[in-house]
Design a protein around this ligand. Structure first.
Ligand SMILES: *[C@@H]1O[C@H](CO)[C@@H](O)[C@H](O)[C@H]1NC(C)=O
Ligand SMILES: *[C@@H]1O[C@H](CO)[C@@H](O)[C@H](O)[C@H]1NC(C)=O
Ligand SMILES: *[C@@H]1O[C@H](CO)[C@@H](O)[C@H](O)[C@H]1NC(C)=O
Ligand SMILES: *[C@@H]1O[C@H](CO)[C@@H](O)[C@H](O)[C@H]1NC(C)=O
Length: 441
């Protein structure tokens, strides 16, 4: 249950001042485990931070584990940790932390990994080791997870969910399908108990998604008919280059669509049509690059943390317009899939997802498309949280009051969504389960 407002204000006010001289990360905010998970190339490893569930409603051995992957390509999972959904956020003073009342590790163990190699604290041994495609990233993630499960013998049996946003709309289907394909070939002691995947504002099937910007902007009143035609011409270029598999040029063409849209609308950020300034995430970098912070997290002192790595972006340039829709289809046949979008995002928003969702090759699609889109309200005050459509393995959620970084913009709705979806309760349950779960909160 969402805390009443006075409690929320109180929680937000709990901060831990760290003077410049203080050499400690507040103990309460420290990850349960963090450091490096070895992966195949010699000497390579991915940085991780893991937070155990603080208020689980399940026995420890069956408490779900969530992996969070950031987008980019090349943005650090620690942005999610300290700006979106982790237990503590970095304050604008760059040094102190505030408790996030809507952390995703309330009910579940929460694992952040800096992936692909070269991202965040996961420095690549050499530039040539930075992955250039989804199969390498998926293999690295599975290897890192094996290293993670080896840290605690009770981890492996817990229900496991892959979650993330934006470019993780590529990583999650690729890694999820890779793990489910690998499981039967692995000894039982090395299998991963995947129970679902959740993608927020994802880039997944770009050829369809890139063709939606003109409509989305025009029908929201952000551009006029002449500008719409101009954008449509740029989109058509990106589509035809993608169809021709001229991947780098196609990626450049998509970049021109977004730059032109940015120019036409004059918005502070295409990630959120309602914002007068871009997401203010700079304090995360200032905090993570302090020697004390790196020491507390077990990150290598010599690695400069960047929110998004240009080197990874460049290495992945030819991947941008490639699709992982077939991997989503394969996941729909084997596990549960949640696609959610903040309604104010103009880059990877609702229409962008609807554009490819309607054409997935999956037996349940017809029933899903006919399913009711339920108005979703926060229990208690009845505030509008968004819309939920679901059938069988697939859930589609539109989050009200949010742009691209859904948990940062509407933490309460995001927490309620992920908790209910994982537990198959509330709008994702089949009866009164949801009510019982929430009243136990
Ligand atoms: C691995 O790292 C160690 C220490 O930095 C170095 O001595 C060794 O040569 C490296 N091995 C490879 C294969 O890169
Ligand atoms: C926080 O760090 C940024 C650089 O990342 C700097 O520009 C800003 O002045 C710092 N703010 C404070 C309050 O120290
Ligand atoms: C992905 O990259 C690796 C390493 O460069 C390469 O060996 C492999 O063939 C690539 N896979 C695909 C599907 O392009
Ligand atoms: C759009 O681009 C034009 C031409 O480069 C430039 O003059 C104008 O200032 C830009 N407008 C905005 C809002 O960025």
């Amino acid at each position: 249950m969402a805390p009443p407002l006075p409690a929320l204000v109180l929680l937000l006010a709990v901060t831990f001042p760290l003077s410049a001289a203080a050499a400690v990360f507040p103990g309460e905010a420290l990850p349960t485990k963090s450091g490096y998970l070895p992966i195949p190339p010699a000497n390579a490893s991915l940085f991780f931070a893991f937070y155990e569930a603080t208020h689980p409603l399940t026995a420890p051995a069956s408490t779900p584990l969530l992996l969070w992957l950031q987008g980019g390509p090349g943005c650090s999972g620690l942005l999610g940790n300290f700006f979106e959904l982790g237990p503590y956020f970095v304050n604008p003073d760059n040094v102190s932390l505030s408790r996030n009342p809507f952390a995703w590790n309330r009910r579940f163990g929460l694992l952040f990994i800096d992936s692909p190699l070269g991202t965040g604290f996961s420095a690549a041994p050499s530039p040539a080791d930075i992955p250039t495609n989804q199969s390498v990233i998926a293999a690295h993630l599975l290897a890192a997870l094996q290293s993670f499960f080896a840290l605690d013998p009770t981890f492996r049996a817990r229900p496991f969910f892959l979650t993330g946003e934006s470019y993780a709309g590529k990583y999650i289907p690729a890694a999820g399908a890779h793990i489910l394909d690998a499981n039967p070939t692995l000894p039982e002691s090395l299998r991963v108990n995947v129970r679902g995947v959740a993608i927020g504002n994802g880039l997944t099937h770009p050829v369809a998604q890139v063709a939606t910007h003109a409509d989305a902007a025009y029908f929201s009143g952000l551009i006029n008919a002449r500008q719409k035609r101009e954008l449509e011409a740029l989109q058509a270029e990106a589509v035809s280059l993608t169809r021709a598999e001229r991947w780098r040029e196609a990626s450049d063409a998509r970049g021109r669509v977004l730059a032109r849209l940015q120019n036409m609308t004059g918005l502070a950020t295409l990630y959120d049509a309602a914002k007068q300034q871009a997401y203010q995430s700079e304090p995360v970098g200032a905090f993570l690059n302090r020697a004390e912070t790196k020491a507390a997290l077990g990150a290598r002192g010599g690695v400069k943390w960047e929110e998004c790595s240009d080197a990874v972006g460049a290495a992945m340039h030819a991947d941008v317009m490639r699709s992982v829709r077939p991997q989503v289809e394969s996941l729909l046949r084997r596990t549960r899939v949640l696609l959610y979008q903040g309604i104010r995002d103009l880059r990877d928003g609702v229409v962008s997802t609807e554009a490819w969702l309607g054409e997935v090759d999956w037996d349940g699609l017809g029933v899903f498309l006919d399913a009711e889109r339920v108005v979703w309200r926060t229990p208690g005050d009845g505030e509008l949280a968004g819309y939920v459509q679901r059938s069988g393995a697939l859930s589609h959620v539109v989050v009200y009051g949010a742009g691209h970084l859904v948990p940062a913009d509407n933490g309460r709705a995001a927490q309620e969504m992920i908790e209910d979806w994982v537990m198959q309760a509330g709008p994702f349950g089949s009866g009164g389960d949801g009510l019982r779960l929430r009243s136990a909160a």
